[in-house]
Design a protein around this ligand. Structure first.
Ligand SMILES: [Fe+2]
Ligand SMILES: [Fe+2]
Length: 295
């Protein structure tokens, strides 16, 4: 057993006396039975809300590979053994997310007759450009920015469980599992960035740019999905989507203050110590065990 944690069955419960910077974490082996649900508008029968999450999923496999590459590029420059352990765990978690979201995306496209390469086209081209044209530290700054976006959305989803209200429970389980691991490793890319001399200006610029591309790519994918489903011009769906994003639950408005905090000079992801969300989630798994071990 590692210090600061208690193991219950296959799970590890965090002891809150630990500093969040010393958090120890590891990937969880998971399997998800989501095929039946993916064929339908699994988020409360809402086409827009379903497409919103499906559209984000399309960005993960390529994005997470980019995140791993940009952090691991600096492995030789990290001396801190704690951070090295966290980088290894970050890499393992993001690799698992890639595998699960690849399966999700392939299943979704097959079931709904979507064209998978079309969803990844813009992101693939932009990443090829970034590998070719950007210095490694700019790519890392982009990863830090994206990790902030995923961490604040995960925090909102886990803290306010209305984001996935009325959604298919098995797909909720997948998104919550991903959100928990994003929470656990939210500071890893940031700490590597600081360790290798990343500047405040670099990460601020990166957040502006990456927020723009995140919304551009997600909305583009939403439009392609709605068009394929024959709902692109449905005023009802767009009104429902607007309400979901900006009014109730209003996920984008809710995360905006946390998004802004990244621009503070002394920002650090663990200034929001939300480890209790991990603990609460772990406790929910004890009362409703996961179907695990498919990896
Ligand atoms: Fe991830
Ligand atoms: Fe991540």
């Amino acid at each position: 057993m590692r210090r600061g944690r208690v193991r219950i069955g296959d799970m590890t419960i965090l002891m809150q006396s630990q500093s969040p910077n010393d958090l120890e974490f590891a990937p969880r082996r998971q399997s998800f039975e989501i095929e039946d649900a993916l064929a339908s508008d699994w988020h409360g029968n809402g086409a827009f809300r379903t497409a919103w999450f499906n559209a984000m999923s399309m960005l993960f496999p390529l994005g997470e590979r980019f995140f791993i590459d940009s952090v691991c590029h600096y492995l030789d420059e990290i001396d801190d053994p704690r951070l090295l352990d966290q980088v290894a765990a970050f890499r393992a978690q993001e690799s698992t997310h890639r595998v699960q979201h690849q399966k999700y995306n392939q299943m979704l496209c097959k079931l709904r007759n979507y064209d998978l390469p079309r969803f990844e086209k813009n992101e693939r081209e932009r990443m090829a450009w970034a590998y070719r044209e950007l210095p490694a530290r700019r790519r890392l700054a982009g990863t830090v920015a994206n990790e902030h976006l995923t961490a604040i959305m995960a925090n909102d989803m886990l803290a306010n469980r209305d984001v996935l209200l009325n959604a298919d429970p098995e797909i909720v389980r997948l998104w919550e599992w991903h959100g928990i691991e994003e929470t656990e490793h939210k500071a890893v890319a940031f700490d590597v960035f600081v360790a290798v001399g990343g500047t405040v200006a670099e990460r601020r610029q990166a957040l502006l740019l990456n927020t723009f591309f995140f919304f551009k790519d997600t909305l583009r994918n939403v439009c392609i999905m709605l068009q394929k489903d024959g709902k692109l011009w449905s005023i009802r769906e767009w009104a429902s989507g607007f309400k979901f994003l900006f009014i109730r639950p209003g996920i984008l408005l809710r995360v905006f203050p946390a998004w802004l905090r990244f621009f503070r000079r002394n920002f650090h992801p663990w200034q929001n110590d939300n480890r209790q969300l991990i603990e609460e989630w772990e406790q929910r798994q004890v009362s409703a065990p996961l179907s695990s071990d498919a990896g």
